[in-house]
Design a protein around this ligand. Structure first.
Ligand SMILES: Cc1cc2nc3c(=O)[nH]c(=O)nc-3n(C[C@H](O)[C@H](O)[C@H](O)COP(=O)(O)OP(=O)(O)OC[C@H]3O[C@@H](n4cnc5c(N)ncnc54)[C@H](O)[C@@H]3O)c2cc1C
Length: 439
């Protein structure tokens, strides 16, 4: 017999679990389906020996939507904030990064005029109303405000660091600047990695009766004549749901939606480009140089950070867990061998001798960081979708009109849950109004 559920959530990442955690307070039956063997999506952490490896560098924005929503759900976010600062590398020269109050005034990277210009721009960003930048690309905005080449480069560095996006000529200034503003509020590296959030969300969901089914691939979603959705699984099993929340990527959603579903955003879904990068995740017995926890490339889109300097990421407190990362441009050809070499050479400059201390390392040449590179006009299209297919909700880091990364995933998960709760309330109210009053 075909199983019937009130709510079926497709995807066991942050968006899916946050939606489940809001909905579990209703008395509707909830099934969460995840194609992987393990839940967590891109927020999962792998334990390799004694070390906890996030899928690349993961930092939670302290002023971001994700943190406040997770706290609202009672999720304990244990970890520490990295200190501002570190170094910037250009070719073979290193400079103090003008991101901490001290380095702002002392770095050799900037002359007196550039220093004043940079400080003024940082203040401007803190005060900016990003809503007014909806029609501009980030590059257009940067060229409008920066007078010197170095300040222009620094703005691109800050943009990459805050959003993982490396295509200033394509990205919406509004989303990038609101993310930079957010990032300027600091970040948290989490003890035990991001899996700690997933585990808590999962346990709360299970204890409240949410049914979680990993290793289940949803092949197709199609409407039925009873105003339900039929989900066809890869083993041809079928499930029925009154509401469906889909948290997969945009292209996966498009492939899943039956052709019977008329959907004006199909074209938009096919045009979405993900934000990608390459990550080299490394555990060392010890750092050759303990005073170098953070570095970024100025011209080269490279990142390095020792997350274990702040968060507990190993059962052995002596070892160091670090991430070296390359931000990919969407039009770039990806040559894994070359990129690995590039990341290792970057690490050679910052931590010469690291190769002798390796416990384990993992290289992923081309990973999706965010499912959508935020472009001008995306918000309008995403807002307009809302009521197009009654009962089908989208969530995930690409689906939020206003936020990206975990902030986008988590806020859209919460939004989908709230929309369902509201819809149920409206239906119940309408049913009650239709009844004769009891005298
Ligand atoms: C290298 C890297 C670094 C990052 N750093 C940061 C950071 O510093 N700060 C930040 O805020 N964010 C960061 N992120 C982004 C953050 O991890 C993601 O935005 C967030 O985890 C996305 O959650 P989600 O639920 O939207 O998607 P996902 O985690 O991708 O979850 C979707 C789930 O759906 C499942 N699925 C897909 N198709 C199907 C199907 N047909 N049937 C069943 N299941 C399906 C997938 O297996 C997956 O588990 C980073 C990501 C990466 C990769």
């Amino acid at each position: 017999m075909t199983q019937k559920w009130d709510i079926i959530i497709v995807g066991g990442g942050l968006a899916g679990y946050v939606a489940a955690n809001y909905l579990m307070k209703t008395n509707m039956s909830i099934l969460l389906l995840e194609k992987g063997n393990n839940v967590g999506g891109r927020a999962r952490t792998n334990k390799v020996g004694q070390q906890y490896f996030n899928l690349g560098p993961h930092a939670l924005y302290k002023k971001g939507k994700a943190k406040s929503i997770l706290e609202e759900l009672g999720i304990n976010l244990r970890g520490k904030s990295p200190k501002l600062g570190g170094i910037l590398v250009d070719n073979n020269t290193e400079y103090a990064a003008p991101l901490s109050p001290l380095a702002l005034f002392t770095t050799r990277l900037l002359n007196a005029t550039e220093r004043i210009e940079w400080i003024a721009i940082l203040i401007k960003i803190l005060r900016i109303d990003s809503e007014k930048l909806a029609e501009q690309t980030f590059q257009q905005w940067v060229r409008q405000v920066a007078r010197s080449t170095i300040v222009e480069s620094l703005l691109y560095v800050l943009g990459r660091l805050s959003t993982y996006c490396h295509a200033p000529e394509k990205m919406s200034a509004k989303v990038i600047l609101s993310s930079i503003k957010n990032a300027m509020g600091g970040v948290l590296y989490l003890d035990g990695g991001w899996q700690s959030m997933i585990d808590q969300l999962h346990n709360k969901a299970i204890l409240s009766g949410v049914h979680v089914q990993p290793h289940t691939f949803v092949k197709q979603i199609e409407p039925t004549q009873q105003n339900l959705f039929k989900l066809v699984l890869s083993d041809s099993e079928e499930l029925l749901g009154k509401y469906v929340i889909c948290t997969t990527g945009a292209h996966e959603l498009n492939a899943m939606l039956s052709e019977k579903i008329v959907f004006s955003l199909r074209n938009f879904l096919t045009q979405i480009t993900p934000v990608r990068g390459a990550t080299l995740d490394i555990a060392l017995t010890q750092l050759p140089n303990k005073n170098r926890p953070f570095a970024l490339g100025i011209t080269d889109p490279l990142y390095y950070s020792v997350h274990s300097s702040y968060a507990r990421l190993s059962d052995n407190p002596m070892s160091a867990i670090l991430h070296v990362f390359k931000y990919h441009h969407p039009d770039e050809h990806i040559d894994g061998t070359m990129i690995k070499k590039e990341l290792e050479q970057f690490l050679d400059k910052i931590q010469p001798g690291w190769q002798q201390n390796v416990i384990s390392k993992r290289f992923i040449p081309n990973i999706i960081v965010n499912q959508r590179l935020p472009r001008i006009g995306d918000e309008r299209k995403l807002h307009s979708y809302k009521t197009e297919i009654p009962g089908l909700y989208i969530a995930g880091d690409w689906a939020s009109p206003d936020y990206i990364l975990a902030d986008g995933a988590i806020s859209s998960g919460k939004q989908a849950a709230e929309d369902i709760i509201l819809n149920e309330k409206r239906n119940n109210d309408a049913n009650h109004e239709g009844r004769l009053p009891v005298i």
